[in-house]
Design a protein around this ligand. Sequence first.
Ligand code: LLP
Length: 404
Amino acid sequence: MSDIAAAVGTPFYCYSQATLTRHFQLFRDALAPMPSLVCFAVKSNANVAVLKVLGDLGAGMDVVSIGEYLRARAAGVPGDRIVFSGVGKTPTEMRMALEGGIRQFNVESEPELEALSAVAASLGVQAPIALRVNPDVDARTHEKISTGRKEDKFGVPISRARAIYARAAALPGIRVVGIDMHIGSQLTELAPFEAAYLKMADLTRALRADGHTIERLDLGGGLGIPYTRGNEAPPLPLEYGAMVKRVLGDLDCEIEIEPGRLISGNAGILVAQVIYRKKAEEREFLILDAAMNDLVRPAMYGAHHDIVPVIEAPAGAPQVPVDIVGPVCESGDTFARQRAMPLVQAGDLVAFRSAGAYGAVMSSEYNTRPLIPEVLVSGDHFAVIRPRPSYDAMIARDTIPAWL
Ligand code: LLP
């Protein structure tokens, strides 16, 4: 990390190709021997090099915008391995995906179903769809990332599903292929998944009795990861896979899953440098060169990221509580309060763990801080997979109208 920091400057995101690979394989193996496609949730980490690592292993992609679709294609992933999710697909996005090739649309509402049929019919094709059904289970995760309760904006109520499938079957531009669910993110227990998938199994049987072809079940993503070393143990992909086989294994369906965080989260870190160590009356602050615009999760969700010195302190070295903050001009730019840390000094490097998911993708240029570089490590070499833009390039994107 020190070598990379010297070469690219700080702060930067760094991802491990070996860990991305291992996490993908864990999921794939956990679902075997059921036919399955692991569709990486591009929203968690959209760098084209990361997508290529996974795509080259045979991963599919779960995208929620045509921008993500184009990234997946740029990474060499064929359209027939891409599923298109999201509550607000526009007709333009639908058309581009249909023309470019798409495995399936996960349709989230009746108006969307009608719109998709119209777009597909105008192109003389049928759009393969799964309806995203909201099973009304509480994923018991953070309020902002829970999606499977009836008050959430996602999917259609399970009580309406049969009627909407009947409508889908009658539409000229629609071909029903399966059912989709996604109940939330960072789930740390299997019970809510199991409750949802039991409802999915019942619905599969009911829809088949109604005459629909249900050949794929998309189970969404959401399996959580440990953010704190040592004292968290969310279920492993193997345990998740065993549950899926138990609940859905006899339905003779291809299983699709959409994991993001579990594949990319612990495959990435954010490396920053300490700018100042500042003593205030009540507490001490570590001021870093990374800020909430680079990693917004602590400010936005109160999320915890372990922060460790890049050069490990010797065992038994004293630790003192510090507030770890960035340079952005608001108090929300706080990564951790009263966090026990060894005595790092100005100039030292620190790493945020578990930052490979929903890190770089949620960053912004707030305070006119350029987007930070992303680096991929493989074995003993590394490559910059998104360079730091120059200040000139960042500012040159603005244009001044002729009348000024
Ligand atoms: N599929 C769908 C339809 C989704 O909405 C999501 C995440 C996933 C799959 C992937 O879920 P995962 O396996 O990564 O949990 N920004 C938040 C997380 C938002 C998740 C949104 N949907 C965070 O930083 O925690």
